[in-house]
Design a protein. Structure first.
Length: 259
């Protein structure tokens, strides 16, 4: 226990690099959205407006809505061929293809093993990560055969955010930021020092703390502050080296200079 406390103290005491990361402005796009989901490898923008998921390309828009399931809680476009759409009030996840057509529907209320879900995020193949509120842990759920491939140890505080890729997941709680591998094993945990949300790209993490953004590189425990203009950061995400910041009126595009 003493070694664990020392390890966590060490992470806390050495978590900031002196040199901040710079950014260069690319462009800004006028946008009215309730939530911005992401930008895929083809440059298509995903966002939610008036309870409708919208995929916007340079030439057209396509939409998805399901009013029978109530409010659209969240969506994840990490895999644009299998987009996750979550309706928490009905404990239901919809999987969409790249045309926003339904290909799977998972109703956890009617599952043989009931699961009370608060957060979801994309996994590999036919899986996604879910946070089970009753058991207070993450599960890697396979919706093709209604099974759980992996589970994590329970956490002891409320969940703030969840993100993932094909190799693992990152869970932000009131107490810690956790990274788990594909098998649900803990890779690391870092004390939450006022962090409120996270975004992942190529296993690099951007963290929001107050009005600032921090960068946690892959295979590192050293946080670096990101230099950005004085913007209202309602939402942010990192995709292939481009940092997107949404202030409620414009979506700003910045090149993040990590080297």
């Amino acid at each position: 226990m003493k070694h664990l406390l020392y390890f966590l103290f060490f992470l806390s005491a050495t978590c900031f690099a002196q040199e901040p990361l710079s950014t260069s402005f690319i462009k800004k796009t006028k946008l009215k959205a309730d939530a911005v989901i992401g930008v895929d490898a083809f440059g298509d923008l995903f966002y939610i407006k008036n309870n409708v998921l919208i995929k916007k390309s340079s030439t057209k828009e396509i939409t998805y809505s399901n009013i029978q399931l109530g409010t659209l809680t969240s969506a994840n476009s990490f895999n644009p061929l299998k987009i996750n759409v979550f309706y928490q009030a009905f404990n239901t996840v919809i999987i969409l293809d790249n045309r926003l057509a339904e290909i799977y529907k998972i109703d956890f209320n009617s599952n043989k093993i009931y699961k009370n879900i608060s957060h979801i995020s994309t996994g590999s193949d036919h899986t996604f990560w879910i946070f089970n509120q009753d058991l207070q842990h993450l599960e890697l759920y396979d919706y093709s055969n209604n099974s759980t491939r992996a589970t994590t140890q329970p956490v002891q505080s409320s969940v703030l955010d969840l993100t993932s890729n094909f190799n693992g997941s990152w869970l932000l709680t009131n107490n810690f930021l956790y990274q788990y591998n594909y098998f649900g094993s803990l890779v690391y945990k870092i004390k939450n020092d006022g962090y409120s949300s996270i975004s992942e790209s190529n296993e690099n993490i951007v963290i929001k703390k107050g009005d600032s953004l921090l960068y946690l590189p892959k295979n590192s425990k050293t946080l670096k502050e990101i230099e950005v203009p004085n913007l209202l950061i309602k939402q942010f995400f990192l995709t292939n080296g481009i940092l997107y910041i949404y202030d409620g009126e414009f979506l700003y595009h910045y090149q993040l200079k990590t080297k």
